[in-house]
Design a protein around this ligand. Structure first.
Ligand code: PEP
Ligand code: MG
Length: 582
């Protein structure tokens, strides 16, 4: 029999929850192009057509972004790639070969397009050799889309997906097929895939390094998303222990449900505005049932992730209007697209340092049409006066000023068109880049509210990648520089008479919430699934004590001291089962 530690892997608990299920192994990167025979010709041809169509849509999306930034000439590469996808000779050759040879489309696509690239690579013309990379790119795009389809059809429900890495859209797919959890070799706590897993309530453990080596297909696995542990083929004792934990959790969930209509108020009467973050429309039901007092962050880039092209004004308007109506009379804060970083929409728009690159407001201001389409849609949806607009990744005042000019242009256009909107719609910014934290007073003069994005603020303040498990131990929310910066933003922002909230993941950490409230924060926005637990924690605490413990933490010089202090505080104050989970 295995000893307890032999079958246990330790990683990062990326989304809480526990599940026990069979493993489905997905080795994305290692999959090769196999010359497989097919039995269903119709299905193969349909898959080919769908993959070609999807590739075209992706390229159009890249082209629309690239044309403003790179200019017509360089963006023309993508246009040329679209033309290749429309080349009747190439496409009919591929189709005919699938029919006559009855081989998998990815093999035929690979074989046929490689003939061209091989020929081009042999050319003496450097131009030809360069062009062969573009053709290679297209080949890979079509094959990737063909494989993704195959992969999707292979996942069954009730499994734990074991893989190297996942993207936010993979996570959405998991929820649709009722996956019981996922474990990955790579990835960090605040990567967007982890955030989406939390909002969808799918337990996840990431950064295990050897998960895909150690776990075999159909192994029984236990995922403990609280502790960040995975147990492979548990023994009788482990199984019993976790089955007991699951039933305790269910009971606790029922207890927490009872708090739904009670205020998030400390024992000495300090009221905290507890709002929800929204990533996906599927979550709306959970948001309205969670007892959230509004939506503090809509990640719009995530909302439309499954769209292959950028949504047009009407599509966006319908989406924002329906969210605003469902949350009415509470308020929803809609953030403009934060594309870039690990949320690169067009998959292979490569940058050397995406988190320091073309992301958020930078990309939007370079694509004013994209920005204005979104702003117009938000304004049109604001007629019930319960929408606020928020800008991501602000580093300099000039970005706010330029955004305001564009927003005013949208308002003028709508006025001329006779379309109703909220003329006083609140405008705010994310404080997630250290320069914005330093300039908080100047920003406060320009906007109506600010929201602290700790996921990025910590990454940029400590120069540590939020999605890289290798450095996850130095991605520290309790680093003294983080705690003091938060204190500065909260107190200076409030001194300027502006509302300050937090929508980063730190606000959902049971150990951090007491500190944040003690630092003066009175509005926090977390995934709907975290709201009941956070409310329970708040209702157990005295604000007077929180202020004292926050003052102690502000004087500490190391992360360890703050971390130890907050864990001690939590254990002293949370007397029931919550603390047994962590
Ligand atoms: C943040 O950075 O904390 C944040 C809320 O934004 P995102 O996680 O979408 O980058
Ligand atoms: Mg951010």
């Amino acid at each position: 029999m295995k000893s307890a530690s032999e079958n246990k892997l330790k990683g990062i608990g990326a989304a809480p929850g526990i599940s026990i299920s069979k493993a489905f192994l997905y080795k994305k990167e290692k999959e090769e192009i196999i010359n497989e025979p097919i039995t269903d010709l119709n299905e193969a041809i349909q898959n080919l057509d769908a993959a070609l169509e999807k590739s075209k849509k992706e390229l159009r999306k890249i082209f629309s972004l690239a044309v403003d930034k790179l200019g017509e000439k360089r963006a023309a590469i993508f246009e040329a790639q679209i033309m290749i996808l429309d080349d009747p000779i190439l496409i009919s050759t591929v189709r005919n070969r699938i029919k006559s040879e009855m081989r998998a489309p990815e093999y035929i696509v690979h074989d046929e397009i490689s003939k061209y690239t091989d020929m081009m690579n042999m050319s003496h013309e450097p131009f030809m050799r360069e062009r062969s990379h573009d053709i290679e790119d297209i080949k890979n795009r079509i094959i990737r889309n063909l494989k993704k389809k195959k992969w999707k059809s292979k996942i069954t429900s009730d499994v734990v997906v074991v893989t190297t890495t996942v993207s936010p859209s993979d996570t959405v797919l998991f929820s649709r097929v009722n996956v019981k959890g996922y474990v990955t070799d790579f990835g960090g706590l605040t990567s967007h895939a982890a955030i989406v897993a939390r909002s969808l309530n799918i337990p996840a453990v990431v950064g295990l390094h050897e998960a895909t080596n150690r776990i075999k297909e159909d192994d029984l696995v236990i995922i403990d998303g609280y502790k960040g542990e995975v147990i492979i083929n548990p023994d009788e004792k482990q199984l019993k222990e976790y089955q007991k934990k699951i039933s305790r959790l269910q009971k606790q969930g029922e207890e927490l449900d009872k708090l739904r209509d009670l205020p998030a108020e400390t024992t000495d009467g300090k009221l905290i505005h507890l709002l929800a973050n929204l990533e996906l429309t599927d979550e709306m039901e959970m948001v309205t049932h969670s007892g959230a007092k509004g939506i503090g962050l809509v990640r719009t880039e995530q909302l439309f992730e499954e769209y292959e092209a950028f949504p047009d004004e009407e599509e966006q308007y319908q989406m924002y209007k329906s969210i605003a109506e469902r949350i009415y009379p509470e308020i929803v804060t809609i953030r403009t697209f934060d594309i870039g970083g690990d949320k690169v929409l067009p998959v292979d728009f490569k940058e050397p340092n995406p988190f320091l690159g073309w992301r958020g407001i930078r990309l939007l201001l370079d694509n004013p049409q994209l920005f204005k389409t979104q702003v117009r849609a938000v304004l049109r949806a604001s007629s019930h006066k319960n929408i606020k607009l928020m800008l991501p990744m602000i580093a300099s005042l000039i970005e706010v000023k330029r955004s305001k000019e564009l927003i005013n242009e949208c308002k003028d256009e709508l006025k001329k068109e006779g379309i109703n909107f909220d003329k006083h719609m609140g405008l705010g910014i994310m404080i997630e880049i250290p320069s914005a934290a330093v300039l908080i007073r100047d920003f406060a003069e320009e906007v109506d509210f600010v929201s602290i994005g700790t996921n990025d603020l910590i990454q940029y303040l400590l120069a540590v990648d939020r999605g890289n498990e290798i450095v996850s131990s130095i991605y520290q929310e309790f680093h003294p520089a983080v705690v003091r910066t938060l204190h500065y933003i909260i107190s200076e922002g409030m001194n300027c008479g502006k509302s300050v909230s937090m929508c980063g993941e730190m606000a959902a950490d049971p150990f951090a919430v007491p500190l944040l409230i003690g630092l003066g924060l009175d509005t926090i926005s977390v995934s709907a699934s975290a709201i009941p637990l956070i409310k329970k924690i708040i209702r157990n605490l005295s604000y007077k004590e929180l202020k004292a413990v926050a003052d102690e933490c502000l004087a500490f010089k190391s992360e360890k001291e703050i971390n130890d202090r907050m864990h001690r505080f939590f254990n002293e104050n949370e007397k029931d089962q919550i603390k047994n989970l962590y």
